[in-house]
Design a protein around this ligand. Sequence first.
Ligand SMILES: [Zn+2]
Length: 77
Amino acid sequence: MPLTREQQQAVANHLKSRAQPPKCQVCGAANMVVQEHLTHPNAADPESTADPLVNVVCNYCGHVLHFSTSVLGLAVD
Ligand SMILES: [Zn+2]
């Protein structure tokens, strides 16, 4: 399931509360955008218990950061 608008905003608020402002670790731009779609590590492995990851992309250079849905407290399938 993709993230809802509310979940995307909750992730953005979480990042703002812990990084002021959230910056790209590659280019230093502060233009990070929470993506709707999640990344599923080891998606081909039915035994995998890896948490889905939130994608946050730098709109300047395209670098993508991943954040744990369980640490963020997001209820996702
Ligand atoms: Zn960047």
